[in-house]
Design a protein around this ligand. Structure first.
Ligand code: SAH
Length: 403
């Protein structure tokens, strides 16, 4: 049953003195320790109030999560009902229409940044792929699915609610067609190339749209500097591989530990008309591969390092920092003089400044100097908003090694 049709009175969550500050700034999270009293069912809409009873927000209650309430609205007059979700989703979709996105693969809803905490939606051509990651998003799942179809004109929506973070919300993993059905393998057009992905078998919703602009940058720089031998580490389905080949690289070595991703990588190389001899895909651990390549005396003119999240939260930052430093040190050594390194971190727990320090430390250990060509970030359809800096996760550096 949805909040909109509930006849029981709205439940209230009362905060401790002083704990209203972040909500007053429209930050959408209420941590467990801030709650003085009140409880509700998973995903139920609650009235969050300050210690003096003043209204702060309408939010979704999550009984097991550290983030006990995620705010839907800071407007006391607004009702959290089907029309509310239709408005929020329409606004998110309208924003994407205004943004310069060079692809028919687009992040349509980026959780908190779109006022929809716990909801991630990507559009791949005529198909939507969504993650419902919070108790609130889960409770409104059907309403949200209908609103997504109405706002986009898409008829198919695949659900990928199988992320580990669902466990923190007390939710089971679930995946499958939620609306419509069909082939889970889809092909999008990104920049000048075509990329096949699989919404059922792929990671997250199927593809890493956030790296779209950085793939274009790689293609441009490979062409500009005339880079020939490229190493794409953590290649997944080969987005950066195709970009490097499109930029004119003679040969790309791609390394990933996911065999299904590498099958799609080979398909993507062929789909774009590149000779298979220009691409080599290795099912291997990147760290081990880098060490071996160094022993073998190999060199590359460009290296991409796009590892998985080593630090999900700030508490993992120290161990993650060592792991980032290690691969960056190895990559900087493997890079030929004058070569280009694109190095990324998608860890929320590692800020851009810390990441810069880590890579600088790696360069010092490698005895390498270089010029930072550009600081890199996620594409603009994955916005970081002013009120929710936690949303910032992907950062990177483009470094040109001294010749
Ligand atoms: N650059 C990719 C996205 C990379 S996501 C793109 O543009 O699409 C991170 C990838 O790292 C995943 O494909 C995952 O399978 C891979 N991976 C995780 N740990 C790994 C390891 N130790 N060695 C090699 N690959 C790994």
């Amino acid at each position: 049953m949805h909040g909109a049709t509930t006849i029981a009175p709205m439940k209230s969550i009362r905060l401790h003195e002083g704990k209203e500050r972040s909500l007053l700034r429209r930050h959408p999270w209420v941590f467990q320790g801030s709650v003085a009293k009140g409880k509700a069912d998973p995903g139920e809409t609650v009235r969050v109030e300050a210690a003096d009873g003043r209204f702060l927000a309408w939010g979704a209650y999550s009984p097991t999560s550290m983030i006990r309430v995620r705010a839907w609205s800071f407007d006391e007059a607004e009702r959290v009902d089907a029309a509310f979700f239709a408005r929020r989703i329409a606004a998110a979709v309208a924003l994407r229409r205004r943004l310069p996105v060079a692809s028919d693969g687009v992040r349509l809803v980026h959780g908190e940044a779109d006022g929809l905490p716990g909801l991630i939606v990507d559009r791949y051509g005529d198909t939507l792929s969504a993650q419902f990651l919070s108790a609130g998003a889960e409770r409104w799942r059907d309403v949200i699915a209908d609103a997504l179809l109405a706002a986009t004109g898409c008829t198919r929506l695949y659900e990928r609610s199988d992320s580990g973070t669902r466990g923190l919300e007390g939710l089971e993993a679930r995946s499958g067609w939620l609306r419509g059905e069909g082939e889970s393998r889809l092909t999008i057009t990104e920049h000048d190339w075509r990329l096949t992905l699989d919404v059922a078998l792929g990671h997250k919703t199927g593809f890493y749209l956030d790296q779209r602009d950085n793939r274009a940058l790689l293609a441009r720089w490979v062409r500009h500097f005339g880079l020939q031998r490229v190493l794409n580490c953590y290649s997944y389905t080969g987005g950066f591989t195709v970009a490097a080949l499109a930029g004119g690289a003679a040969h790309v070595t791609s390394v990933d530990s996911s065999a299904p991703a590498l099958v799609l990588l080979a398909d993507n190389v062929a789909l774009n008309g590149f000779d298979a001899a220009r691409s080599e895909a290795l099912d291997a651990d990147v760290n081990g591969y880098l060490r071996q390549a160094l022993k073998d005396g190999r060199h590359f003119d460009a290296i991409v390092l796009d590892p998985p999240k080593f630090a999900p939260t700030a508490s993992h930052a120290e161990r993650a920092a060592r792991a980032y430093k290690d691969i960056n040190r190895l990559a900087l050594k493997l890079l030929a003089p004058g070569g280009l390194l694109l190095s990324f971190s998608c860890s929320g727990g590692i800020g851009a400044e810390l990441f810069h320090k880590i890579v600088a430390g790696a360069a010092a250990d490698a005895g390498v100097d270089g010029a930072i060509l550009q600081r890199l970030e996620g594409a603009c359809d994955h916005p970081t908003t002013l009120v929710f800096p936690e949303g910032e996760y992907l950062k990177g550096l483009a470094i040109l090694k001294r010749a």
